[in-house]
Design a binder for this molecule. Structure first.
Ligand code: DX5
Ligand code: ZN
Length: 231
């Protein structure tokens, strides 16, 4: 199965909560991954920031490669970098299953999305809260997934911006039912249900998982609140 097929298989899931590893204990990465696997997560979300496109610097290729070696879970890489073109092939080589980059960093996104498709990696665009849906609309047929930011990209722990809900509803109307809609930023017990009601299928969660000792119960509670079950 190609990386892209692993991602497309998740389309049939009722809903997917993806932990964002931004706030995990990087000194104990293997232990953190095992805890998430045991909590039943279906994919991991990795936030790559370059300190230029966003005013924060996280991690890059070696950490994505290391996480690839540690787990078979599908890996969703969210690139918050300037000039994604420069690093796209290298991120494909890490073994990531899905790669998204910001339309604000590459307004002419078509060729990069096609490059990802040719590499058999799932591809998608990301839009920040102030960017209109019109910026991604021409590229929707080339995307497997569209990531709607509900905070300004750059930091975990920010407050959810409801404008994301309008965008999810708008995107659901304008896109094929095959397009996966992902939401990222400030998703927690107070906001997760409204994300699902607006059409969000993949829910990225950072602080609302990692501030808890027990990831499994945090994820189950989110699952219950979002989808009415704990599967
Ligand atoms: C923000 C990142 C998010 C973030 C989510 O730029 O893309 O993935 O870490 O963290 P919370 O859930 O704390 O907003
Ligand atoms: Zn993210």
């Amino acid at each position: 199965m190609s990386p892209r097929d692993r991602i497309l298989a998740l389309r049939n899931e009722k809903g997917v909560i993806l932990p964002s590893l931004l706030m995990c204990d990087f000194g104990n990465l293997e232990r953190e991954i095992r805890a998430l696997e045991e909590a039943g997560v279906k994919a991991l979300h990795l936030d790559v920031m370059d300190g230029v496109f966003v005013p924060n610097l996280t991690y890059g290729l070696p950490i994505v490669e290391a996480i690839r070696r540690l787990t078979d879970l599908p890996i969703d890489v969210h690139l918050m970098i300037q000039n994604p073109n420069q690093y796209l092939a290298a991120f494909v080589d890490t073994g990531a299953d899905c790669i998204t980059f910001h339309v604000e960093a590459e307004p002419e996104s078509g060729p990069l999305l096609e490059q990802l498709q040719k590499s058999q990696v799932a591809s998608g665009l990301v839009i920040n809260p102030q960017t209109p849906v019109a910026a991604v609309e021409p590229f929707l047929p080339l995307c497997d997934l569209l990531l709607v930011m509900s905070v300004n990209a750059g930091f975990g722990g920010q407050a959810f911006q409801p404008v994301a809900l309008d965008k999810l509803r708008d995107l659901r109307l304008k896109s094929s039912s095959d397009l996966i809609l992902e939401v990222d930023g400030g998703v927690n017990l107070d906001t997760v249900a409204s994300c699902v009601q607006a059409g969000g299928q993949w829910l990225v969660v950072g602080s609302a998982i990692f501030k808890h000792q027990d990831y499994k119960s945090a994820i189950q509670e989110l699952q219950q609140t979002a989808f009415g079950d704990s599967t």
